[in-house]
Design a protein around this ligand. Structure first.
Ligand SMILES: [Ca+2]
Length: 355
């Protein structure tokens, strides 16, 4: 005998449907937006679980320790990073201009020359030779005219890149898109829960301890000598079309690699340390303010997942539990985002609509 038969109730709310168990005791909203998957929520362990993992040098791993328990409610999450096609739809509808498209004001930045105040963004540029890994300026360039529509700078465009993740979006740009879409950016805890796919101890987000099981790469990262030689052994030297690699157990693609994904939490190096002393947190929203001891005057939000530039020779923050951070006003060609939507489970449809 089948204990519980699922039926779709007659009531529809926009694109949502109410699914009700045969015993009437459970209800679940279908996604209000296409392309989202349900993340069930629950208690899990946040932080780097892999032993002695080398992330970006020993000191940089400290922000992802100690391990501590966190609970998050269930939510819907975009199955992919937001793509250029999706972002273009937002811009067509709203006329929105991203931070990278706007020149800095002379009033706010009088110390800069007109040339230095021009619009643009940071683009990775592989040096021709080996360089010391102590100065990221050896491989990052500020390019005038670089923005989401011109990802490599002036003269580049989105031809053939519609299904690439959108890049050169600063925090406010991602948040604006999310509001327009009727969604929001995930908290770090929500992102971390979803990234684990229900598995809490594996070294990598593809639920395994092998980098390329069976010789098959599971994420778009860097192979070769960083930063001057990328072999593209995983199929991509630059960004990858979303869904180029297998999804995790929740059906989420590219949680590791491809582009960093912005979260709503302010970044503090000591967040986990503070939280570990207070018992399991429920739906933590992050600290009240940002503080990165290495750049105390710069406001930073958490970023997660790593990018196509992640190399074990320099920075392997695509490993499960690792954290990233970024200046809220900056954008680059390896930073993107995905959105989530909160809908409560077991709540009558009318109440969900009001809630
Ligand atoms: Ca790659």
């Amino acid at each position: 005998m089948i204990a519980c038969v699922w039926v779709v109730a007659a009531s529809l709310i926009g694109l949502s449907a109410v699914v009700v168990g045969a015993n009437g005791s459970e209800q679940l909203m279908a996604p209000a937006h296409p392309g989202m998957v349900w993340i069930p929520g629950g208690e899990f362990v946040m932080g780097v679980t892999a032993p002695a993992v080398q992330i970006c040098g020993p000191a940089d791993a400290e922000d992802a320790t100690p391990l501590h328990s966190v609970y998050v409610d269930g939510f819907w999450m975009d199955e992919t990073e937001v793509t250029n096609e999706q972002f273009a739809e937002f811009v067509r509808a709203t006329g929105y201009r991203t931070i990278a498209e706007l020149p800095l004001s002379a009033e706010e930045f009088p110390q800069l020359t007109p040339e230095e105040r021009r619009d643009g963004s940071l683009v990775f540029a592989a040096p021709e030779q080996t360089v010391p890994l102590v100065n990221y300026r050896a491989w990052w360039q500020f390019r005038t005219g670089a923005d989401w529509k011109h990802p490599d700078g002036l003269g580049s465009d989105l031809t053939g890149r519609g299904r690439f993740p959108v890049v050169h979006v600063a925090y406010a740009d991602a948040a604006a898109y999310a509001r327009w879409a009727g969604k929001r950016l995930p908290t770090e805890a929500e992102w971390a829960f979803a990234s684990r796919g229900g598995h809490t101890t594996a070294r990598y987000l593809w639920d395994g301890d092998e980098l390329a099981p069976g010789g098959k790469w599971q994420a778009n990262i860097w192979q070769g000598h960083f930063p001057n030689q990328n072999t593209g052994a995983d199929g991509f030297v630059g960004l990858a079309t979303v869904k180029s690699y297998p999804p995790n157990s929740y059906g989420l693609y590219d949680m590791a690699g491809n582009v960093w994904e912005g979260c709503s939490d302010w970044y503090r190096r000591d967040t986990y340390e503070s939280r570990s002393t207070t018992g399991p947190s429920r739906n933590p929203q992050g600290p009240a303010e940002s503080l990165d001891p290495t750049e105390p005057g710069v406001l930073k939000r958490v970023q997660r997942g790593g990018s196509f530039l992640c190399s074990d020779q320099y920075c392997s923050r695509y490993v499960a539990g690792a954290r990233g951070k970024g200046d809220v006003s900056s954008s680059t060609n390896h930073l993107g985002f995905r959105c989530i939507a909160s809908i409560r489970v077991g709540v009558p449809a009318a109440d969900v609509n009001r809630g």
